[in-house]
Design a protein around this ligand. Structure first.
Ligand SMILES: Cc1cc2nc3c(=O)[nH]c(=O)nc-3n(C[C@H](O)[C@H](O)[C@H](O)COP(=O)(O)OP(=O)(O)OC[C@H]3O[C@@H](n4cnc5c(N)ncnc54)[C@H](O)[C@@H]3O)c2cc1C
Length: 557
């Protein structure tokens, strides 16, 4: 059943597992665990239910067409690497979490990323090859809406067909600009065409794949918590309710954190205790926030805000890393693509779930590249990537009205943190991502623009380009740096604030089985446990991680 507020939750009911946060990972875990009728689950989500929320279902509503109540609307602290700009830092505040409001780009990243998870944790279950069956279990490949011919635009062998999350190619295309990009790649340029970005080998030019299907967004809640799952008698979903702390059962010294404190205001909080385990899936900001409020973190920092320490674990909230993007554009000689008539598009979407609103604003072609191996940045600062098949750079190739791209740094050296501003659980935490504070990071963005310049210097583009892309680091390095720091944007891909590490390792927050180090009854499964920024957008790695987390938790019974 779905309960709209904490007061309506039955007080006499016993839950085996309480999942905190009904977001991307939390929806997967609640759904998978309750496939076993013997496991009783309570899923608690701070935001509202997404049932019937049409604005969330229209892919073309991203990013501006989604109601404010579905966003957390965080802001970072002033970022020294961004000339002290404090920038908006959004997360989904609704069932489905960020998957209900995100840009839907579906990229698993490089196989090397997962193999590094296995290396740092000493658990081969995190290797790409071990995870492959779970990847296929989560995905339901959905082709392209409207049934256009998509052969040669993806590799059927790397997809899952019977899973939950719909993944598809865009409704439209290839357009004139797509064709120019594809012709260059297929002509054997420096940038080869890659049939599928999700094979574990993403380098090259690829068609974008997204988490939508049948013309609608496929969020974690729509995919994993659909009507028949919601009707399971062993699953209760409580929405509009914050978890403020996890508490030890019995005395504080027992460190058996199976109780959650819930509510909507400081004066009216109540406790619910799980019989077996509490799973935190509140995301890279929410999960460390709850842990720190509970006294699990660095004791000196907790003392400073008046939170009594219950378990010393220094890395909670640390190691925050994120992708960072800049835009560069030139002008083209070609007529602009026709503008979308929104009223007609909405009518088309409403009538038969086709048309321009079935795809997001994200462009059709993504280019994934590595820094040249002789690049000064690599020589000077070392290579933070997970391996030779992992890109440092993503360029989303954009057309209309100008042409150019969004260039993203995928492998930052900079690290930030989530810390407490106050012991009041309803005060936002301090989110300090420390963008571009390591010199490597801005060097990668310079190389990204140089890459874009080489891409657009192919003969096919010669009659298309009126003025070259700007800003250009080679036309003025200081101006480029100022532009990047003043106008660069977050990719909203935060990870790492409760990282997994090897069993027995002092660094890190969870063991390879996702149990919080040194305590009982408490585990974490969401983007916060991912130790390094993946070399792709983060929702696919979270789905994959959540599928394995579900198996790990079930295996503990
Ligand atoms: C605007 C935006 C665009 C993005 N675009 C893309 C993209 O195109 N492709 C891509 O792959 N990734 C994208 N991402 C990133 C991706 O969506 C996230 O990395 C991923 O969804 C995170 O999953 P999660 O389970 O860790 O957290 P979330 O999905 O954020 O789930 C956390 C859940 O916990 C709830 N919660 C938090 N605190 C509490 C609390 N105290 N009590 C109860 N509940 C709580 C939240 O409300 C939320 O529902 C985007 C993210 C955003 C915000």
């Amino acid at each position: 059943a779905v309960f709209q507020d904490a007061s309506s939750l039955p007080s006499d009911k016993q839950y085996d597992i309480i999942v905190v946060g009904g977001g991307t990972a939390g929806s997967v875990i609640a759904s998978r665990l309750t496939e076993d009728p013997k496991i009783n689950v309570l899923l608690i989500e701070a935001g509202p239910d997404d049932e019937g929320a049409i604005d969330l279902q229209i892919p073309g509503n991203f990013p501006d067409g989604i109601e404010p109540k579905y966003h957390w609307n965080f802001t970072t602290t002033p970022q020294s690497g961004l000339n002290d700009r404090a920038i908006p830092y959004d997360r989904g505040h609704v069932l489905g979490g960020s998957s209900s409001i995100n840009g839907m780009v579906y990229t698993r990243g490089a196989a090397d990323d997962y193999d590094r998870w296995a290396n740092v944790t000493g658990d081969n279950g995190w290797k790409w090859n071990s995870l492959l069956p779970l990847i296929k279990r989560h995905e339901r490949w959905s082709g392209a809406v409207g049934g256009r011919n998509i052969s040669g635009q993806y590799d059927p062998t790397v997809h899952g067909y019977d899973g939950q999350t719909k993944v598809a190619l865009p409704w439209s295309g290839p357009n004139a600009f797509d064709n120019l990009c594809l012709e260059e790649a297929k002509a054997g340029s420096e940038f080869p065409f890659n049939l599928d970005p999700n094979s574990g080998q993403p380098l090259g030019l690829t068609w974008v794949q997204s988490t939508f299907g049948g013309g609608e967004r496929s969020s974690a809640s729509r995919a994993y918590l659909h009507t028949s799952v919601r009707q399971r008698s062993n699953l209760d979903i409580l929405v509009n309710t914050r978890v403020t702390r996890v508490l030890s059962v019995g005395n504080v010294g027992s460190k058996d954190f199976r109780t959650v404190e819930i509510g909507t205001t400081v004066g009216a909080l109540r406790n619910v205790t799980a019989r077996v385990e509490v799973v935190l899936s509140a995301g890279s900001i929410g999960t460390p926030h709850i842990l720190l409020l509970s006294g699990i973190g660095n004791k000196t920092e907790l003392d400073a805000v008046g939170v009594p320490s219950t378990h010393e674990l220094n890395d909670v909230g640390k190691n925050l890393s994120d992708h960072f993007s800049i835009f560069a554009f030139g002008t083209s000689t070609a007529p602009d693509p026709p503008p979308v008539d929104h009223t007609a598009a909405l009518l088309q979407w409403t009538q038969n779930r086709t048309g321009p609103l079935t795809e997001s604003v994200v462009p059709h072609q993504l280019l994934w590249t590595r820094l040249p191996s002789n690049s000064e940045a690599l020589q000077k600062y070392g290579d933070p990537s997970s391996g030779p098949n992992a890109p440092h750079i993503e360029i989303a190739l954009i057309w209309g009205p100008n042409f150019g791209g969004a260039a993203s740094l995928l492998t930052p050296h900079s690290r930030g943190s989530v810390t407490l501003a106050s012991s009041n659980p309803f005060t936002d935490p301090l989110i300090n991502i420390n963008y571009l504070t390591h010199p490597f990071d801005i060097e990668v963005l310079k190389e990204a623009i140089r890459t874009m310049k080489r891409f657009y210097s192919a003969p096919g583009f010669s009659s298309f380009i009126a003025t070259p892309i700007a800003p250009d680091p080679d036309a003025g390095e200081a101006e480029f740096e100022a532009y990047t720091r003043n106008s660069g944007v977050t990719a909203l891909h935060a990870v790492g604030t409760a990282s997994m590490s090897a069993r027995g390792a002092e660094a890190g927050v969870v063991d390879p089985d996702l149990k919080v180090k040194g305590v009982k009854g408490l585990s974490i499964a969401d983007a916060s446990v991912i130790p390094y920024a993946p070399t792709g957008h983060t929702s696919a790695p979270v789905y994959i991680l959540a599928e394995r987390a579900s198996d790990l938790i079930r295996s503990r019974y």
